[in-house]
Design a protein around this ligand. Structure first.
Ligand code: B1M
Length: 209
């Protein structure tokens, strides 16, 4: 019998081979791809997210879990597309212009993907017009920005302003990064803020509700 709990456990352990083997097994047993995703892969990543929030696990464990998740997703993706399963939401993500830090941003991407979001990752040093272009191309409804430097934080305000000026009233903006705070999000009119990668999933879910 398909072992969805075992898939979640393999993700939590960061065991890529077991994750892939158990996902393959479940596919062979005709378990719907969405169920494998929700009860296996995403269930595992959400445990890792919670532990990360509580400082029970650290960046390396999250990276290893995300690698296991990726192995499972590679097998599932074609079936999800075939079945027309829509992601929880689409997020355009990037580190703002002038800022080259991407370790935290990449964690946010992995956790969002683990939470069922499709992420369009624009990379680092991303200018307002690049974010806007990516939103137009992808149809994403959430724009997520990361900044690690106090000198690049004002870029977030520029992007929020540019999104408003472009008339994209339905786009929700969210921000994060070590120097960023909820107070700063409020000040620049961003719709959401998250202190860490796992909380970014909660914030994105709230914004897409
Ligand atoms: Co830089 N750097 N760095 N650096 N660097 C910091 C950020 C700094 C605090 C170091 C220090 O002085 N103590 C300092 C900033 C000071 C300030 O602005 N107040 C600094 C500086 C000054 C610089 C340079 C200017 C140094 C120089 O050249 N003179 C330069 C700037 C380059 C540029 O960006 N233009 C620079 C360069 C670099 C490296 C390239 C060498 C390297 C980056 C490599 C890379 O990212 N690929 C680097 C690194 C590694 C760091 C430190 C050591 C670590 C950052 C990191 O990856 N943390 C950092 C000092 C420190 O933090 N101890 C430092 C781990 C990561 C998992 O955490 O990114 O905070 P973090 O992400 C967290 C949360 O913040 C949150 O979730 C993540 C996981 O929980 N989060 C979000 C992040 N984005 C989010 C978005 C969200 C929600 C949550 O929603 C959208």
């Amino acid at each position: 019998m398909a072992d969805l709990k075992g898939i979640a456990e393999a993700i939590i352990k960061g065991d890529r081979d077991t994750t892939a083997a158990k996902v393959e097994e479940a596919i062979k047993e005709k378990v719907p791809a969405e169920q494998i995703l929700n009860e296996g892969l995403m269930a595992g990543m959400s445990v890792i997210g919670e532990r990360f929030k509580k400082n029970e696990v650290y960046v390396p464990e999250v990276l290893i879990a995300a690698r296991a998740m990726k192995a499972g997703m590679e097998l599932l993706q074609p079936l999800l597309s075939e079945a027309g399963v829509e992601p929880v939401g689409r997020v355009v993500l990037g580190t703002v212009k002038g800022d080259l830090h991407d370790i935290g941003k990449n964690l946010v991407r992995m956790m969002l993907q683990g939470g069922g979001f499709e992420v369009i990752d624009c990379g680092i040093d991303v200018a307002a017009d690049e974010y806007i272009e990516a939103i137009k191309k992808s149809g994403a409804k959430i724009l997520a920005m990361s900044a690690l430097l106090t000198t690049t934080m004002p870029q977030m305000a520029e992007v929020v302003k540019a999104v408003k000026e472009a008339g994209m009233d339905d786009i929700k903006t969210m921000i994060g990064g070590a120097p960023v705070t909820q107070a700063y999000a409020d000040e620049i009119g961003a719709d959401g803020y998250a202190a860490d990668a796992a909380s970014a999933v909660d914030a994105a879910k709230e914004l897409s509700a």
